[in-house]
Design a protein around this ligand. Structure first.
Ligand SMILES: Nc1ncnc2c1ncn2[C@@H]1O[C@H](COP(=O)(O)OP(=O)(O)OP(=O)(O)O)[C@@H](O)[C@H]1O
Ligand SMILES: [Mg+2]
Length: 339
């Protein structure tokens, strides 16, 4: 499965229009002719520049890889939707939880995408349906803010005159009318455990999950310990939700496969296939097994290779790409402990 990532193309997933654009697919990647290096060298300068721009754009796009996290999330989520179909209460849900940057958002948005595409194929032409809601919990959220996030996704007005209960009721009413079957709530760790405000947000989400006949999917850092699972209602949720933990990749066959998949997408004239696969251990150590850092590293080095005309990736090209703070810290820690 390779669909471009929504976030990286600056799309706003948290409104129904942005989400629809994501589901419809990004503007399709153009066909990029790949002449042999000799034929390429003979092309007029402007044609070469145009081709280079297309190739740079190709490497700048994130292709979503069907990692085990994505596959488990999609399979488990779709199974729950089917099991919940006839439930009038006690619907089951999914929690995707793990450290920052381990692919939680990508996994739940791919699940939402799969659900929405399935809903559309079963109900063709039913354009008023909104099968999926994707909302994020803002930092220091209040109950009103979370209700407003849902309303905003649905395109409902949120006047200052409306009180929180009004917004909640109109969200529940619209979700039922437009047959929302999946509600994805991301960044759940932004709910504060200790404040009354945080407890109210978590109660609002719990209330939504009781009133909206949909499968709820929560994603965030360390949600197992968040307030959403605290208290009596939290215990009920804990009893009904399946947990999908996410991690950095260990150095294993899946990692090697991931490197190969990314290497296969390269469009460089002089790249020797298999160079990156041979460097898979180095790539693991550099990135600490973080897929985001890996993708940034490979795509960044590929863009450099086009700009500088080297047209191939090797260890020194990869070495010259600086990584994010988390991956760099992991690498330093490893070097210290291996000394
Ligand atoms: N399946 C995938 N295919 C390709 N790239 C991926 C995939 N999953 C994650 N990534 C890369 O990792 C980056 C981080 O992924 P994502 O935003 O889903 O992580 P997250 O766990 O939601 O992070 P945070 O806790 O910061 O919200 C993405 O921008 C992307 O570059
Ligand atoms: Mg995320």
């Amino acid at each position: 499965m390779t669909t471009p990532d929504a976030d990286e193309t600056g799309q706003q997933l948290t409104t129904k229009d942005g989400w629809r654009r994501f589901v419809a697919g990004q503007p399709k990647a153009p066909y990029i002719p790949s002449p042999s290096p000799k034929a390429y060298a003979k092309l007029p300068k402007e044609t070469r520049q145009k081709l280079d721009d297309l190739r740079i754009d190709h490497h700048a796009r994130l292709m979503v890889v069907a990692t085990s996290t994505v596959r488990h999330t999609v399979t488990a989520g779709r199974r729950l939707v089917m099991l919940n179909r006839h439930a009038i209460s006690a619907r089951r849900g999914l929690i995707v939880s793990g450290p920052a940057g381990t692919g939680k958002t990508i996994a739940v948005t791919q699940l939402g995408l799969a659900h929405e595409l399935n809903d559309r194929s079963v109900h063709p032409g039913a354009s008023r349906r909104i099968p999926v809601i994707y909302a994020t919990v803002p930092p220091a959220a209040t109950a009103r803010m979370i209700a407003a996030e849902f309303a905003r996704f649905l395109g409902l007005p949120v006047h200052s005159r409306l009180n929180t209960a009004d917004i909640i009721e109109s969200v529940v009413g619209v979700c039922t009318t437009v047959r929302t079957g999946m509600v994805i709530v991301d960044e759940v760790h932004n709910i504060s455990l200790t404040t009354r405000q945080g407890a109210e947000v978590s109660d609002t989400l719990k209330y939504f999950s009781e009133r909206i006949p949909a499968t709820f999917i929560y994603a965030g850092i360390d949600i197992e310990h968040s307030s959403i699972l605290q208290g009596t209602r939290g215990a009920q949720i804990a009893g009904r939700f399946t947990l999908i933990p996410t991690h950095p990749f260990p150095y294993n066959d899946e990692w090697k496969g991931l490197v190969k998949t990314m290497e296969d997408t390269l469009l460089l004239h002089k790249h020797k296939p298999g160079t990156l696969v041979a460097l898979d251990h180095y790539l693991h150590e550099r990135t600490g097994g973080m897929i985001g850092a890996l993708s940034h590293l490979i795509r960044g080095a590929a863009i450099d290779a086009i700009l500088m005309g080297t047209e191939g990736l090797d260890r020194s090209g990869l070495d010259s790409i600086p990584l994010d703070v988390a991956a760099t810290a992991q690498d330093r820690k490893r070097r210290r402990t291996s000394r």
